[in-house]
Design a binder for this molecule. Sequence first.
Ligand code: HEC
Length: 102
Amino acid sequence: MRYVLGCLLAGLLFASVALASAEGAAELYGKSCKGCHGADGTKVVMGMTRPLKGLPVDEVKAALVGYKAGTYGGEKKAMMERVVKPLTDAEVDALAAHVAGL
Ligand code: HEC
């Protein structure tokens, strides 16, 4: 009985994590990115970024991973570093997919 319950619980947990990554990415974008890049990703931040909308997923991911590692970016990269440092790799993946689909 305990085993069955354990499996059930593990299953539920897994399902909610999977759900969280798709929905969570939209929420995370709204919370952490929209203010600068715009709700639909068309804003050019401080006249220097490319609009996020229309960027291929690989480029978004490379930029986010690079900002996190401190290996990508221009003059204002510290702004992005602060935003992406606390994100997990899974969140970066989910966000890149979300941004590419804007
Ligand atoms: C405080 C404002 C701000 C927030 C919040 C912010 N960004 Fe940025 N973003 C910038 C600036 C400024 C740059 C350009 C930095 C540089 O490299 O000099 C940039 C650059 C980028 C780039 C690279 C664009 C290019 O032209 O190469 C991507 C991709 C990006 N941001 C995605 C995101 C995502 C996803 C989020 C949310 C997790 C986010 N940003 C949150 C200000 C912000």
